[in-house]
Design a binder for this molecule. Structure first.
Ligand code: NAP
Length: 267
């Protein structure tokens, strides 16, 4: 039988993970498969019980709404998964135990390179925002401002991660930051519009939008028009998948083909 990994979620049909992993498997001419597996919340325990018995199963990516719930069905968690409180990648260890990791944090941080940001503003305080903060933990960054609809949630996040900064409502005046990150659902297809944020980013700054559907968000369009550096949601999506790919198939993802992969994902 063919060794396989898969993505689980509910709904999960929209996931781009199969396209990405199958692209890399083909490029490396590796034998293996990557599938989509819809799992409703009530079926999560049965899912992991069944996969533990399946010798061909290499592991899974975990997406909405299971990232937190899946922590209850693994035997160990990486330090990042523990810090974030959620797993997006579960693999089988050599001893057969299931280990949960979180590749969202490193996937987020990689496109920032070695750049030092003296001020950061992040929009959002949900699961993706937790991965962003974990990804920023080991970098030299200045104070961080979190803008969120639920301000108490944003303040709790700052405390939990031991970060210096402030939590404000979305429409509050905030000083222009060198790095502005949208880690909220605002601007995503089918979600509310993100208010204009151009006053919150400094000249010469960087705007990073985690939203990848659409890829060219109004936030990034406005940032490009101002001549700011932009990082889109595919950068993180591909980065987090690359780390998971290496864990599943034991080979580094062929990142030299990123331009071709991006074209495939945008098509
Ligand atoms: P989540 O846990 O549900 O959090 C959603 C966030 O958006 C919260 O901060 C929430 O504010 C805010 N929000 C939602 N609807 C809102 C509205 N109508 N008005 C104001 N604020 C609203 O979701 P998530 O997992 O963090 O995902 C957030 C985004 O990141 C999504 O677009 C997702 O696709 C993207 N993402 C991208 C990648 C990637 O690889 N590029 C990876 C992960 C996630 P409250 O706290 O006030 O509810």
């Amino acid at each position: 039988m063919t060794r396989y990994a898969e993505v689980i979620g509910d709904p999960v049909g929209h996931s781009k993970s199969p396209l990405i992993h199958m692209f890399w498997l083909r490029k490396l001419e590796l034998t293996g498969d990557y599938r989509i597996c819809p799992v409703v919340p009530d079926a999560l325990a049965d899912y992991f019980a069944a996969r533990r018995r399946d010798a061909d199963w290499l592991g899974c990516n975990v997406t909405i709404p299971h990232k937190i719930a899946a922590m209850a069905f693994i035997d160990s968690a990486s330090p990042l998964a523990r810090l974030i409180g959620a797993t997006n990648t579960v693999v089988r260890n050599a001893d057969g135990g299931l280990k949960g990791g979180n590749t969202d944090a490193t996937g987020f941080a990689a496109p920032l390179g070695a750049q030092h940001y003296t001020s950061v503003t992040m929009i959002g305080a949900g699961g993706a925002a937790r991965a962003v903060l974990a990804g920023l933990m080991n970098r030299r960054i200045g104070p961080i401002t979190i803008l969120n609809r639920d301000v108490a949630k944003a303040a709790a996040l700052l405390r939990e991660f031991g970060l210096h900064g402030q939590a404000l409502p979305l429409d509050a005046p905030a000083p222009p930051a060198q790095l502005l990150i949208n880690a909220s659902a605002l601007g995503m297809q089918g979600q509310a519009v993100l208010p204009d944020m151009m006053g919150r980013v400094a000249d010469g700054g960087t705007v990073y939008d985690l939203v990848y559907a659409p890829l060219n968000t109004p936030l990034l369009i406005a940032a490009r028009a101002r001549g700011l550096t932009v990082i889109d949601g595919l950068a993180m999506l591909i980065g987090q998948a690359a780390e998971a790919f290496a864990l599943f198939y034991g080979a580094p993802a062929p990142r030299q083909n990123d331009a071709e992969l991006r074209e495939l994902l945008i098509a």
